[in-house]
Design a protein around this ligand. Sequence first.
Ligand code: HEM
Ligand SMILES: *[C@@H]1O[C@H](CO)[C@@H](O)[C@H](O)[C@H]1NC(C)=O
Ligand SMILES: *[C@@H]1O[C@H](CO)[C@@H](O)[C@H](O)[C@H]1NC(C)=O
Ligand SMILES: *[C@@H]1O[C@H](CO)[C@@H](O)[C@H](O)[C@H]1NC(C)=O
Ligand SMILES: *[C@@H]1O[C@H](CO)[C@@H](O)[C@H](O)[C@H]1NC(C)=O
Ligand SMILES: *[C@@H]1O[C@H](CO)[C@@H](O)[C@H](O)[C@H]1NC(C)=O
Ligand SMILES: *[C@@H]1O[C@H](CO)[C@@H](O)[C@H](O)[C@H]1NC(C)=O
Ligand SMILES: *[C@@H]1O[C@H](CO)[C@@H](O)[C@H](O)[C@H]1NC(C)=O
Ligand SMILES: *[C@@H]1O[C@H](CO)[C@@H](O)[C@H](O)[C@H]1NC(C)=O
Length: 544
Amino acid sequence: MSLGISRLSSILLLAACAAAYTWPNPQLDELESLLYDQHGFNERGILAGALSPCNAFGFGSTVNRSNAADWIRTAYHDMATHNVEDGTGGLDASIQFEQDRPENAGDGFFNSLRHLQLGNSRYVGVADFIALGAKTAVEQCGGPHLPFRGGRVDATEAGVPGVPQPQESLDSHTASFARQGFNQTEMITLIACGHSFGGVQNSAFPQIVPLPDGVSDVSQTFDSTPFTFDNKIATEYIHGTTNNPLVVGHNDTTNSDKRIFGSDSNTTMSGFAADPASFRSACQSLLTRMLDTVPTTVQLTDVIDPLPVKPQEIALTYMGDGTFHLTGQIRFWNTAYSVSRSIKLLWADRDGKTDPAYSSVLGTNEQMGATALYDGTFDAQWYNIGPLSDNFTVIDAATGISKFWFEVDEGNATMEDQGGVGFAVQDVVMVANSSCVVQSTGTARIQIAVRADKTPSRVYIEYDLFAGSAGSGATWITVNTTDAHAAASQKRAGETYEFWTADLSSSALAHSINQRVNVAADIDGAKVSTSSFAPFDVALWPGC
Ligand code: HEM
Ligand SMILES: *[C@@H]1O[C@H](CO)[C@@H](O)[C@H](O)[C@H]1NC(C)=O
Ligand SMILES: *[C@@H]1O[C@H](CO)[C@@H](O)[C@H](O)[C@H]1NC(C)=O
Ligand SMILES: *[C@@H]1O[C@H](CO)[C@@H](O)[C@H](O)[C@H]1NC(C)=O
Ligand SMILES: *[C@@H]1O[C@H](CO)[C@@H](O)[C@H](O)[C@H]1NC(C)=O
Ligand SMILES: *[C@@H]1O[C@H](CO)[C@@H](O)[C@H](O)[C@H]1NC(C)=O
Ligand SMILES: *[C@@H]1O[C@H](CO)[C@@H](O)[C@H](O)[C@H]1NC(C)=O
Ligand SMILES: *[C@@H]1O[C@H](CO)[C@@H](O)[C@H](O)[C@H]1NC(C)=O
Ligand SMILES: *[C@@H]1O[C@H](CO)[C@@H](O)[C@H](O)[C@H]1NC(C)=O
């Protein structure tokens, strides 16, 4: 027996290790930043920002409404069309096409999508944002940790209807949750978890919540703490003090929470009222399952944990003097500030060889970043590549670079190299510092250096464009491109790189979310690309 348990725990440990991914991975790197770079330097504030504080509400002055509650309800209604029998539906952003249905009454979906449609990119779609929004809301507002998987796929049309409505019978609700993949106990639990937040609005459900005199709308809350995850939804229900409009509503037909919570003679809800920890852990597992309920054709990623050491904005810039510059920042997760820490960047050349000269000290200017999570605030320390005096490291263009890693010294020396594989970087295609901006026409003339031993079939600029309409209806991302042409002086004597030029008009980025582009080249059927940058950043390039 004890052998069994220790074998089980080592299997769990292995499973935990297998979840760490290797940088670079554009999709996972982006999701990791959205999950963990919530505050401070390099912050991605889209998600955490709209939840600080947890009663923040971006759309009107109705008291007791919140972005947090709207995001959680949006995730549930998007998921609730899942069918376990045929594997269709689930968290797939089809809610974007379903907002006019009676089962989706209220403006909470419109409001949520106004936030959650805005951060999408070619790597992270609206469905992942809906899941990220609900997860962040639960975690930031007192709830349990919901381990996050990415990779949801956005539907391109509405799904089959089927979100439960308050006037339905208990049998109908039980059947509906069974179709979604939840049994009776899980139905009670999931509703209690969700209805720990928010309430019912008069404007959306006038038959359920009457309008008091002198106000234009009201939200009658499910419990006395509508902005916080806690077990008051259960204690107030069991103690008979609840004001939940789906329990004590004047019309019993629409008292769905009353019918559902009482459907097992109050066993489940009594347990949650008596033991907040059991409610918390039941919600942890069911809310996670809710967010991970996707069409069976979709394969989610492993759980994304923070990378202990993560490069960001890594770029190579060709200088035209036989060198290129490596720039970027490195984040050390869950790390305290320390003046005595010194960090060395080491690299291997393009043939994989190391050399004592392939070494550079990281700038000592630590920049704080932090993430407030379910169980505390994690400090992150960011370091610039290269000394503070210039923030870059010089690489010889003749020998190049294939990967880098770090030696961290605080009176001891620790290697940070992703378990031996290092942090891979390509030196095949990069932007040259001879790029410039034609001010009169608003054109970025992007000079691209491509390694002379490669024969690209195409060199081009890529950028994400936002299609559809923000807020209402659906949105999706298209990746547009602008071709580069071989430069007149493509081959310069003695240089190991050849040059291409792409003229990018600022109007091309009119529908870009972040005004960023990247450079790519197709070589032998594979695509090689750079990280993204803002081509019209005035600090970047001089006028032509
Ligand atoms: C039988 C199942 C359910 C029924 C009949 C139901 C019904 C309702 C109704 C009528 C509202 C009011 C919406 C408004 O006024 O805009 C509401 C709000 C809400 N529901 Fe449910 N619900 C159910 C299950 C769930 C589940 C499983 C979750 C999440 C796990 C959830 C999360 C929420 C949240 C967070 C709100 C508050 C929204 C706000 O304050 O803006 N509900 N629900
Ligand atoms: C529902 O499934 C859970 C396991 O997830 C089980 O513990 C519970 O007894 C089931 N409830 C019913 C009513 O079948
Ligand atoms: C907001 O909700 C709390 C908790 O249910 C309640 O005490 C308060 O009266 C509500 N405020 C308004 C204006 O409805
Ligand atoms: C109660 O609600 C149901 C469902 O909305 C409705 O059909 C019925 O007329 C209502 N009853 C009263 C007395 O308002
Ligand atoms: C559940 O508990 C509430 C509050 O104590 C009570 O009013 C209700 O009758 C109970 N329901 C069942 C089915 O026992
Ligand atoms: C590009 O880099 C070279 C070498 O450091 C330098 O001489 C030149 O002035 C730079 N060009 C621009 C436009 O910054
Ligand atoms: C290097 O970056 C830091 C902040 O990241 C900045 O304070 C410093 O001025 C930069 N140095 C140069 C030469 O740009
Ligand atoms: C290295 O030293 C630092 C500071 O004393 C300490 O926090 C860290 O755990 C040490 N690392 C190893 C691998 O011993
Ligand atoms: C995409 O780029 C091409 C030029 O490369 C341009 O003609 C076209 O209008 C762009 N599409 C959009 C939607 O901006």
